[in-house]
Ligand binder design. Structure first.
Ligand code: FAD
Length: 588
């Protein structure tokens, strides 16, 4: 009758309902996975340190915690069952009542359904093989449930064919609106606050020179983190920065809440406007840096959303009505990401929208000295969490296992060495890879429009890129990298976007200050010294014409393709070949 709550390493939240009903808690620190790939040292340190801190916190709160270190979950369960059986034989824990029915008398475990495809069923079998029972319950660490998703899709599922084509393309923007309606987040009388669902047009500026983002919240590694890190270094072959100097991630729930609080007070006002910007030497800009904590379970995704909604209620101003650069700087013309993907149903090419808002000085709404929170910042942030994060989780559930290997464009090149050593003269790429090597983090636009975009137009294998993201980022888990990397970044399938997020160097140029100092000329497509993105981009469109022209959303791009003559194509092909050769040799 006793129920053990088994929590996985990405379910580290002491306030879960599932803990209320449990008699005791099981945590298994499995190490074998980290022998198979060279994970970033900070990622392993973060996960194992957070688990160990969580164990201690649960114990302080009075939970009876069994904490096992093992090579695999199977080995951990063996140890757990051996302990329970011995305990039962001693009459210590009442696990067996002597009627000889070992199947039903074995330990009963409850587990929140793991986010990783098939893991719940596999673990249930492991437990059953050892004579216990495992009950899978809804995962509280996502806001929406599989039932919510089914209600939205009308129960219509999708299959990804062998050619990577999906039966249907899900649209994030529609899901997002549905979740806003259902949860009431940022809604007033059934309508979106401010009258619009999406203020992305206000969120594509680059900051003026000299703008400084708020300092990154840092959490000094304590003794347990140091010990864990020393053990990680000794025990595993890792990749990236293996000193603790730049390790500043929250490893406890209290720290995660403090980090969130800092973001809401200091980072949020500029989050919207500069959300898509890349600034040399500023890896974090105004991003929340919440993903490692949310994905570990230290933060419930409802918390950042509610905190931002509250901040808007207290400090909110009109979209664009607060300029974080104070003197009205920034405002470079921008290209909306929506022009690549499916966020917006309008079919149009790069818009060159003039950034909206700006200009007018607005008084801080209240809340002491804190800067105001423009609606575009609050809405933009909330969309990332209840829109994108929940969306990709369900798309993953729907589209696995085919999603992991989907390769619609049949791309198969190895990742260039620059992804491993960061050694390239392309400034955008060396900055972005450098951030990953140093911190296990790069922000969304670096991930999508530099790291994934370059791999896409270069022709890299989506599965290898997925593996690279998975081992290199502190916030990476299979459920979240796979839809983001294979579907969104690599267009391995059209399940979440009907056209690829591919661009030439001009996007990077508009959204960053990298190109001005780069050895390569973004203004040129062909010949030595031309920006590698340019020739690769056009060559990519040409190579994949059969698949991409037919998507119906690439009309503008293919009108440019059609305007190029044979001579131009010849030089593009020559340059693209040369770029691929140099990149493959690590000489780009
Ligand atoms: P913010 O910019 O502050 O955004 C707020 C929050 O929104 C994030 O913390 C995150 O929880 C959520 N979010 C935003 N976009 C997404 C998205 N597309 N998918 C899921 N959550 C989202 N996110 C991960 O959590 N882990 C990954 O391994 C990961 N890999 C990615 C790979 C690629 C190629 C791309 C294009 C995106 C990836 N993302 C991933 C999504 C997104 O880039 C990160 O969530 C974000 O950069 C994390 O930094 P932040 O917390 O500062 O985010």
């Amino acid at each position: 009758d006793r129920t053990t709550c088994w929590l996985l390493g990405d379910q580290l939240n002491p306030d879960l309902d599932v803990l209320d009903a449990a008699d005791d808690v099981l945590l298994i620190e499995a190490h074998g996975f980290a022998d198979r790939k060279p994970y970033h040292a900070h990622k392993l340190t973060l996960v194992f340190s957070a688990m160990r801190h969580f164990r201690d916190e649960l114990r302080e709160r009075g939970h009876d915690v069994t904490y096992l270190r093992a090579d695999s979950f199977g080995d951990g369960l063996d140890a757990f069952f051996a302990e329970r059986t011995a305990g039962a034989a001693d009459g210590r824990d009442g696990g067996a009542d002597g009627d000889g029915d070992t199947d039903s008398d074995g330990p009963h475990l409850q587990l929140m359904r793991p986010a990783s495809h098939g893991a719940g069923e596999r673990l249930r079998e492991h437990v059953a093989e050892r004579g216990g029972t495992l009950e899978l319950v809804d995962n509280e660490l996502f806001w929406t449930t599989p039932g919510d998703w089914r209600a939205w899709t009308g129960g219509e599922e999708t299959e990804i064919g062998a050619d990577g084509a999906a039966e249907r393309t899900y649209r994030q923007e529609n899901w997002y609106r549905h979740v806003r309606r259902e949860t009431g987040v940022l809604m007033a009388d059934g309508e979106p606050v401010g009258g619009e669902w999406n203020y992305d047009d206000d969120n594509q500026e680059t900051p003026p020179e000299g703008w400084e983002p708020p300092a990154r919240p840092t959490f000094e590694p304590d003794e347990l983190t140091r010990e864990t890190h020393a053990w990680v270094r000794e025990r595993f072959d890792t990749w990236g920065n293996d000193s603790l100097d730049e390790f500043a991630w929250p490893v406890t729930r209290d720290e995660a809440r403090e980090a969130l609080d800092r973001f809401v007070r200091e980072g949020l006002p500029a989050f919207g406007r500069y959300q898509d910007a890349m600034v040399g030497g500023e890896p974090f800009c105004s991003h929340s840096l919440c993903s490692p904590a949310i994905n570990l379970g230290l933060l419930d995704p409802r918390e950042p959303v509610r905190a931002v909604e509250r901040a808007y209620a207290e400090r909110g101003v009109e979209p664009g009505a607060y300029d974080p650069a104070e003197h009205g700087g920034g405002g470079a013309a921008a290209t909306s990401l929506d022009d690549f993907g499916d966020d917006d149903s309008d079919e149009e090419g790069p818009s060159g929208n003039d950034a909206a808002g700006g200009g007018e000085e607005t008084e801080a709404a209240s809340s002491g000295d804190l800067a105001p929170v423009p609606l575009n910042a609050a809405e933009g942030f909330i969309r990332q969490v209840i829109g994108w994060r929940e969306f990709v989780r369900h798309v993953y559930r729907e589209a696995m296992p085919e999603l992991a290997d989907a390769n619609r464009l049949e791309q198969s090149r190895d990742l260039p060495p620059a992804y491993w050593d960061g050694d390239t003269d392309m400034r955008c790429l060396s900055e972005a890879v450098g951030h990953v090597r140093e911190y296990g983090y790069a922000h969304h636009i670096e991930r999508l429009m530099v790291l994934a975009n370059f791999a896409l137009v270069y022709g890299a294998d989506p599965a290898e890129l997925n593996e690279w993201f998975h081992l290199g980022f502190v916030d990476a888990y299979h459920w979240v990298t796979t839809p983001n990397v294979v579907a969104m970044g690599s267009f391995g399938t059209d399940v979440l976007s009907s056209k690829p997020y591919a661009s030439s160097g001009s996007y990077v140029n508009r959204m960053s200050d990298h190109c001005a100092d780069c050895r390569y000329a973004v203004s040129r497509t062909t010949g030595e010294g031309a920006c590698p993105f340019n020739a690769l981009y056009w060559d990519f469109l040409k190579e994949n014409e059969e698949t991409l022209r037919g998507t119906g959303r690439m009309g503008l791009m293919y009108s440019h393709v059609d305007n190029k003559d044979d001579a131009e194509w010849e030089s593009i092909r020559e340059r693209a070949d040369r770029v691929r050769e140099l990149a493959g040799e690590g000489k780009l």
